[in-house]
Design a protein around this ligand. Structure first.
Ligand code: CP
Ligand code: NVA
Length: 328
């Protein structure tokens, strides 16, 4: 498998074999790290991490992965560079491409991360855009593989706003890797038709199925994994909370919903999650609308079915695999 020099911008750019390779390589790197084996596969290389939106997992995963691989890191925060404000994406890309061996970008438009890759001449990694969050899917699929032993044929149900980065990327990932994907929400929250059509084509090749369901009970009956994400994503206006709560509350992952599923069904979430009122935003929104949790209840989040912290740890191992596979 040769991914040297390749950017990681969206899963649509990768074959099922390449995705499987990255997941299995991550499992290997994880086992090596746990056993104390150190392999500085990218010794002396330099990576720039550009974050136009905030992050805990993605930033820390890129930093620790890079350090473990023997690399040096520069972090550019949402206000810390000229990019976009005083310097175009194309110019920034050419500057950074001359200084760094790789670039990570988190921000708004997919076009920006694609342009960075086009003009920089070095591998660029998508750390989340409005459209896609591909490194998250690698971590999710590694976690599912650890839990169930396989990916093909897993019944994967995504509850909530399926037309943003997580719903889009999970649908593509499931189509590529042969999982049975169901998006469950009111129809307006289903992914864009053009992306669904693309995924249906991929699914024909891989044996995946794609379903779009408005009834939560029906959606989860046979689910192996129930996944959700926040109802309002980074960069969206806060005044959409009311509408989202009105429309998505029936799709909250709570004990009743979990009771419709199987004993073996697990709960996943990319995090951060509003499962209680112990955050500024959670408290403000929860109190305003009289709710003690938003997309997932505390009882599900804290239950044995929840594998969200394994999933979060796997961000680091899978990001390390992407960096090492494309740079070493
Ligand atoms: N899941 C995820 O991308 O988390 P952060 O926003 O903390 O990076
Ligand atoms: N949909 C969320 C994902 C966070 C990891 C957001 O974009 O804010």
């Amino acid at each position: 498998m040769n991914l040297l020099g390749k950017s990681f911008l969206k899963l649509l750019d990768f074959t099922p074999e390449e995705i499987e390779y990255l997941i299995d390589f991550a499992a290997k790197l994880k086992a090596e790290k746990k056993s104390g084996t150190k392999r500085k596969l990218c010794e002396g290389k330099n990576i720039a991490l550009i974050f136009e939106k905030t992050s805990t997992r993605t930033r820390c995963s890129f930093e620790v992965a890079a350090y473990d691989l023997g690399m040096n890191v520069t972090y550019l925060d949402p206000t810390g560079s000229q990019m976009g404000k005083k310097e175009s994406i194309a110019d920034t890309a050419r500057v950074l491409g001359g200084i760094y061996d790789a670039i990570e970008y988190r921000g708004f438009s997919q076009e920006t991360v694609e342009a960075l890759a086009k003009y920089s001449g070095v591998p660029v990694y998508n750390g989340l855009t409005d459209e896609f969050h591909p490194t998250q899917i690698l971590a999710d699929f590694l976690t599912i593989k650890e839990q169930f032993g396989y990916l093909k044929g897993i019944n994967f149900v995504y509850m909530g706003d399926a037309r943003f980065n997580m719903g889009n990327s999970l649908m593509v990932g499931c189509a590529k890797m042969g999982l049975n994907f169901t998006a469950c929400a009111p129809e307006k929250y289903f992914p864009d038709k053009a992306l669904i059509d693309k995924c249906q084509e991929i699914a024909k090749e891989t044996g995946a199925t794609l379903k779009f369901e408005t009834d939560p009970k029906k959606a989860v009956e046979n689910a192996d994994v129930i996944y959700t994400d926040v109802w309002v994503s980074m960069g969206e206006p806060t005044d959409v909370w009311k509408e989202r709560i009105d429309e998505l509350l029936p799709y909250q992952v709570n004990d009743t919903l979990m009771s419709y599923a199987k004993n073996t069904t697990v709960f996943m979430h990319c995090l951060p999650a509003f499962h209680n009122l112990e955050t500024t935003v959670g408290k403000e929104v929860g109190e305003k609308y009289g709710l003690d949790a938003l997309e997932v209840t505390d009882s599900v989040f804290e239950s044995e079915k929840s594998i969200v912290f394994k999933e979060a740890e796997n961000r680091m191992h899978t990001i390390k695999a992407v960096i090492a596979a494309t740079l070493a």
